[in-house]
Design a protein around this ligand. Structure first.
Ligand code: PXL
Length: 290
């Protein structure tokens, strides 16, 4: 606790993310997840989007200087227990975030490398991927790619880039400087979803989960924010990862379809009483969890 904080101040987590006005993903998903974990969220806006539950229509990146200014004003006022990085929107924003993080080397960084929306809208080109690898990975405590993102990031980190196994992707990503990688398996064709946490000596833990029906918007944001919240509460990293998967799986299982597009996780599932807890919907044919 800092000398100016009241005794009941919760752990503070700063998220760098883009606004998703549907509250399905992005900044708003982070905010709900962090609040559901009893953390106080600080939100640095990296971009605005125009979207509905069916897709992203437009993206307006923030100027890099604005990203840095938002973060610095908050960091000079409040002690931050963990950082979470989501969609950063531009190379300028990536450089600005990297520079801010370098002043706080002891604060854990959870990096969800958002390259595309779950519905396939591209958010990052070649140069953006290169900037993420070079500037952010060396400052990352845990990177949380899905298997498609892991392959995309790892292919630029070695000679053979095709058909990489997930352990090889993890080895390359850890070699590029992040301390841990959690590769999620929702896009693989296994019967159950297997998520694996890797460190510098290889796999640390595997967790497998029932595949849920439906296509969910913002599941990666939920998982990464939950890890950041658990780290901010002081949990050891493997336990933070286990508990965050449990929280995310239940958020998806209680998910709902508010519009004409994807399902949205219910990050407040723990607050629902038995009358409010909806049955997971089984009417969706698609079994892909994005
Ligand atoms: O789920 C990744 C994601 C992150 N951030 C924003 C998004 C999305 C997906 O659509 O819109 C703002």
């Amino acid at each position: 606790m800092s000398s100016t904080q009241s005794r009941n101040t919760p752990p503070i987590v700063m998220t760098f993310a883009a606004s998703d006005p549907t509250c399905g993903a992005g900044l708003q998903a982070d905010l709900l997840t962090l609040a559901a974990h009893g953390c106080h969220p600080l939100t640095v806006v990296t971009a605005l989007t125009v979207q509905d539950t069916a897709g992203v229509e437009d993206l307006l990146p923030m100027d890099g200087g604005w990203v840095a200014d938002q973060a610095r004003a908050l960091l000079e006022d409040m002690p931050v227990a963990a950082f979470k990085l989501g969609m950063l929107g531009s190379i300028e924003a990536i450089s600005a975030v990297a520079e801010v993080l370098s002043d706080y080397p002891d604060t854990p960084v959870v990096f969800d490398p958002v390259l595309a929306s779950g519905r396939g809208d591209a958010f990052a080109d070649e140069d953006t991927v290169a900037a993420m690898l070079e500037l952010l990975l060396p400052q990352t405590d845990i990177l949380t790619p899905n298997s498609l993102e892991a392959r995309r990031l790892a292919q630029d980190l070695g000679s053979a880039g095709k058909d990489l196994t997930l352990p090889e992707c993890a080895r390359r990503l850890v070699g590029a400087g992040c301390a841990h990688v959690l590769i999620t398996g929702t896009h693989e064709h296994s019967a159950r979803v297997v998520n694996t946490l890797y460190g510098s000596h290889g796999p640390i833990r595997h967790d497998d989960w029932d595949r849920l029906p439906g296509s969910y918007h913002g599941s990666g944001c939920t998982l990464a924010s939950a890890i950041a919240a658990n780290l901010a509460w002081g949990q050891p990293l493997p336990e933070a990862v286990r508990a965050a998967q449990h929280y995310t799986w239940h958020s998806l299982s209680a998910g709902f379809r508010p519009g004409m597009g994807q399902y949205v996780p219910n990050r407040l599932w723990r607050n629902l009483n038995e009358h409010q807890h909806p049955e997971p919907s089984l009417e969706v044919a698609d079994v892909h969890v994005a």
